[in-house]
Design a protein around this ligand. Sequence first.
Ligand SMILES: Nc1ncnc2c1ncn2[C@@H]1O[C@H](COP(=O)(O)OP(=O)(O)OP(=O)(O)O)[C@@H](O)[C@H]1O
Length: 620
Amino acid sequence: MVGASGIDWGQELVTSLFWILRAFAISSVAFGIAAVLLARYTRWGRQFWRITGPYFSGREARITLPFVALLLLMMVFGVRMAVLFSYQGNDLYTALQNAGSALAGGDQAGLDAAVEAFWNSIIVFGVLATIHVVRVLVNFYISQAFDIRWRLWLNKHTIDHWLEGGAYYRNRFVDRTIDNPDQRIQQDITALVQTSRSLAIGAIGSMVTVVSFTMILWELSGPLTILGVTIPRAMMFLVLGYVLVTTVVAFWIGRPLIRLNFLNERLSANFRYSLVRLRDTAENVAFYRGEGVERRGLLARFAAVIRNYWNIVFRTLKFDGWNLTVNQTAVIFPIVIQAPRFFTGQITLGDLTQTARAFGEIHDSLSFFREAYDIFADYRASLIRLDGLRMANDRSRELPRLAASATGSVLAVRGVSVSTPDGRTLIEGLDLDLEPGDALVIKGPSGAGKTTLLRALARIWPFATGEVRRPEGEQTLFLSQVPYLPLGGLRAAVAYPADPGGIDDDRIRAVLRAVHLGHLAERIEDEADWSAVLSPGEQQRLGFARVLLIRPAVVFLDESTSAIDEGLEFSLYELVRSEVPDTIVVSVAHRSTVDQHHTHRLVLDGEGGWRVEPVVAAPR
Ligand SMILES: Nc1ncnc2c1ncn2[C@@H]1O[C@H](COP(=O)(O)OP(=O)(O)OP(=O)(O)O)[C@@H](O)[C@H]1O
């Protein structure tokens, strides 16, 4: 079954298969080379590689690369389908034109042949359309599966990188403070994955389309004489010249969008964060009746978003205005150029429509780069943010921290000096030795560096030197003034940071009762935002429950009884000292009633000086 376009539809399955394989092989090689060059020689390529390189080169590559190959294969398949549709269209319109001519000339045999050719082209269309629908759906599925797998990997990788070595906390000490890591992790990863795939496959697909349809256009184009100069195959050169010039102009117009999109994300995230912060501190604000201040702050942040957004609108008007004009002109351009050859009978109606289609395909494909520029602008902003987070993580891990070694059950501090970020010395050359059962209370005026000393011993404070020896992992527990309560069930909140799975429910209930939280004992299954539900005093009692449950070798208690009355404070400390008598207790407390539960007192003067003295038990 040979159509008017000269294509043999009976043979086409085999021909197309070979075409697809050849085009796939060539585009895979071209894709690989382009990827390596971009990753090496462009700034954004290097950023991309730092963020997600191991996904394409490490162990993951065994699955990732075949996946990429499959996406490329589907893309080549799609281009071939477009080529076949263009030939089918040519057959259809040529059959209609022939039917018209046969009717006008009274040629019955010609009419019969044209009608048969018409119905043949309709059958071909039916087959092509069915394959097309299946291909589009399968392609969608594969693309989404690819994205989901990549997102899973990148999300895990980025979260690990952020948490490792306390980077999520120590980021704040790196010069350029990283704003909104939540946005970077949640939003930018999704954007990076989806846009990388669509841009990469889109770009290579455009190139394959351009090459395929250039061959068709080459066959269909004729010479054109402009101002006495005859250009052979004019259509070809016209489309290339047209797209090149319009693309350069579009890049020039669209360039500021990169920075504007980056700003848009940052300003929106700042606005969102201020809303979240108001929600989290709602009670405090409500007590102060601070709605006026909050309202002004929120509206000012939103105004900044809108100011920047207007800039995006104006820039997009120019960018889209240019693109739309270029696209509209491109619709009529090939028909105007080819019409004289049709009128003189050099080409058929089918050739004319196929030319317009080929021109359109080439134009659209080359325009991909022009039109994707604002998407690319967004994409670059995501790359910059994710890479910025990674760099800040790495730099915060390089910040100094106290030297440390693990011990079984003692706490030894050697020559520890602590200062503030601006270099003010708080503690100079501290030496301490605490054995199981010892208890030390740290005293000193406000701002003397008591909490900062605990930060240094926890090895999260970068402005400290010296060495600490203490038990590892959960064997050393730090409790801040208001203990952190994770979202979720009460059981996990009591056991934090231990895994609640391994702890018997009865034990959890027993420790809750022991710290006077009996009313919560039956609610350990309940899920809630416990830090908003429990009073500060209840939260502090929950902290003590944690000590009884985890039974650490060393526990640091920073103002852990500041929200409870002295009677309860006495009973909680007594409980700790009797239930876990071997645990070394280090407390920070202003209240002198705490001292009696300790064996030693460390007094800081806030200017480097310190002294350790025994606590003399007062007669009870
Ligand atoms: N992140 C930080 N950036 C800059 N300075 C800080 C930071 N954290 C603490 N400081 C400063 O370090 C000094 C010691 O603070 P720290 O919180 O350790 O005092 P403290 O003795 O625990 O005080 P208080 O008894 O009031 O709780 C203070 O002057 C404080 O302003």
